[in-house]
Ligand binder design. Structure first.
Ligand code: 6PG
Length: 230
């Protein structure tokens, strides 16, 4: 399913309402909610909005936070996905520290950090993902061996273009979640959005197809600008 919003602000609001709905549903069903946060720049507005305008609607003490991927840097590094989410949201809301399950990406051995993270996982009610201009999602990049991973739930692929490892949830884990939400904003993504949503399956983002869960793409008008009109 695809939802298109007028602009980035409306996109963040639509995503916040979806987040609240998933959290209420999960807490009603099982008493807690598990969500994997995405990194990059697009979700920052969502995280800020959740902290500023939806804080009373989210059961923070019953919500567990994970990351769909992380850069191989310490948690206080400017590139840290954990740091971005912590500053934008988690440090501003009453979530217990024990509910924040970050990747120990300060571990010099990225694969050890990935294996350790696998041990902390809980079944995921909601996974947030973004889309790179090259069709990558989480840290599953085109041509990466991690695309073919069938056993590991978290892996540490080497990413040539960053000359660094990344720690990422794999397709078996992403496709075992209850719901996946792609958030994509900006004209620079329009070409890839068209390829991924209307073209043959070839890009990593297209392999995210939850087996028993739902898949939702939320786009702003600029990112959706090349899509065929209904
Ligand atoms: C990361 C992300 C990555 C991101 C896309 C889109 O760690 O960088 O998880 O998959 O979602 O690269 O990034 P932007 O939102 O910055 O365009």
């Amino acid at each position: 399913m695809i939802e298109i919003f007028a602009n980035a602000q409306e996109l963040a609001r639509g995503a916040a309402e979806y987040f609240v709905a998933r959290s209420s549903e999960a807490v009603a069903q099982k008493g807690f909610f598990t969500v994997a946060l995405s990194g990059g720049s697009t979700p920052k507005a969502l995280y800020e909005l959740l902290a500023e305008s939806f804080a009373t609607e989210i059961p923070w003490s019953m919500t567990h936070f994970f990351w769909s991927d992380e850069r191989h840097v310490p948690p206080d590094h400017p590139d840290s996905n954990y740091r971005m989410a912590y500053e934008a949201m988690l440090s501003r809301v009453p979530v217990p520290e024990s509910n924040i399950h970050r990747v120990h990406s300060e571990n010099p051995n990225a694969d050890d950090a990935a294996r350790e993270y696998e041990q902390t996982l809980m079944p995921l009610d909601l996974v947030l993902l973004g889309l790179g201009p090259d069709g990558h999602t989480a840290s599953i990049f085109p041509g990466s061996e991690v695309l073919h991973e069938t056993k590991r739930l978290v892996a540490a692929p080497w990413v040539e273009k960053f000359n660094a490892h990344r720690i990422t949830m794999t397709l078996p884990l992403l496709n075992n979640s209850a719901s996946v939400l792609f958030l994509v904003s900006g004209a620079e993504k329009a070409e890839m959005v068209k390829q991924v949503l209307e073209g043959p399956r070839q890009y990593p983002a297209q392999f995210v197809q939850p087996t028993n869960g739902n898949l939702l793409w939320m786009l702003d008008k600029a990112a959706a600008s090349y899509l065929a009109a209904d």
